[in-house]
Design a protein around this ligand. Structure first.
Ligand SMILES: Nc1ncnc2c1ncn2[C@@H]1O[C@H](COP(=O)(O)OP(=O)(O)OP(=O)(O)O)[C@@H](O)[C@H]1O
Length: 269
């Protein structure tokens, strides 16, 4: 059975169909990229899955449980973790403290005094930091870390809740190419080791083609293609949306450069 099953999802904002009858699955251990030009409906899909938006229509099942209608906090408790476009760690705290906070939050022990809490979950926190290659930095403040390292800490924070599904919103935004590759290799390793499904959006086609097991392509709210890299690269609808018909999809192209053709192709229905 799929980990996540999204069925017939639709979301309208006034007259704009941001998401229009979209269905897809995410399997455990799989990296599924959600791609599409600007305004395609990626963020709206994401925000429906994490509970920030309630769809006009459709269903989002995680492990057989309906998420539509649940509060974001309860969806998080069900096992949907998230990383953000801009890393969401506490700069004034150490790397270790950030992960300890996340573990305490999972155990609902946030009401304890922080001084007393300093020793809580230290071993489990170090183990998580070890998994993301950050144990040696445990005592450093997050504010002094390189951006790629902050993203690793954010990953450890997300893992603290033992997610079944991880939502990553443009995980490599603002990163150098080598950092991007390292972060996505880490994500893939953790997804396989922990049997986590990963749904991510990404503007860099290099990252998507190098790391995603499968991809789904949205354009103007509709799902126009899904499959592996070869399937997407050779899909006529994808080529038409990005570059006009008759061209081969270039993995090194970015969606922002391609979005001009989408924007000029007309407004939403
Ligand atoms: N809160 C909102 N109110 C009105 N319209 C919205 C709202 N959120 C999104 N939209 C519209 O829905 C459509 C899809 O937007 P969405 O942000 O989901 O696209 P996206 O694929 O994430 O785009 P981008 O890559 O630019 O972030 C767009 O036309 C957008 O203007």
């Amino acid at each position: 059975m799929s980990l996540l099953r999204v069925s017939n999802l639709s979301m309208s904002f006034g007259g704009v169909k941001a998401v229009d009858d979209v269905s897809f699955d995410v399997n455990p251990g799989e990296l599924l990229a959600l791609i599409g030009p600007n305004g395609a409906g990626k963020s709206t899909c994401f925000n429906i899955v994490n509970g920030q938006l309630r769809p006009t229509r459709g269903s989002v099942m995680l492990d057989g449980h309906e998420l539509v209608g649940m509060r974001p906090r309860n969806i998080w408790r069900r096992g949907v973790g998230r990383t953000f476009q801009v890393a969401a760690t506490f700069n004034s705290m150490t790397v270790l403290e950030n992960v300890q906070m996340a573990l305490m939050s999972r155990e609902k022990r946030l009401y304890g005094l922080w001084k007393r809490a300093a020793s809580h979950f230290a071993d489990e926190s170090i183990a998580l930091l070890d998994q993301v290659g950050m144990a040696a930095h445990a005592q450093r403040a997050c504010s002094v870390l390189a951006y790629g390292d902050v993203k690793r800490v954010e990953m450890a924070v997300a893992l603290a809740n033992r997610p079944k599904l991880l939502l990553m919103d443009e995980p490599t935004a603002g990163m150098a190419p080598q950092e991007r590759n390292d972060l996505m290799a880490l994500t893939k390793r953790l997804a396989v080791e922990r049997n986590i499904g990963v749904l991510f959006t990404e503007h860099s086609m290099d990252v998507v083609f190098a790391s995603a097991d499968r991809m789904i392509v949205l354009a103007r709210g509709k799902l126009i293609a899904q499959g592996d890299a070869d399937t997407i690269r050779n899909d006529a609808n994808v080529q038409a949306v990005y570059f006009g018909t008759g061209k081969t999809f270039q993995p090194h192209a970015t969606l922002s450069s391609a979005s001009a053709s989408e924007n000029s192709a007309g407004s939403h229905e």
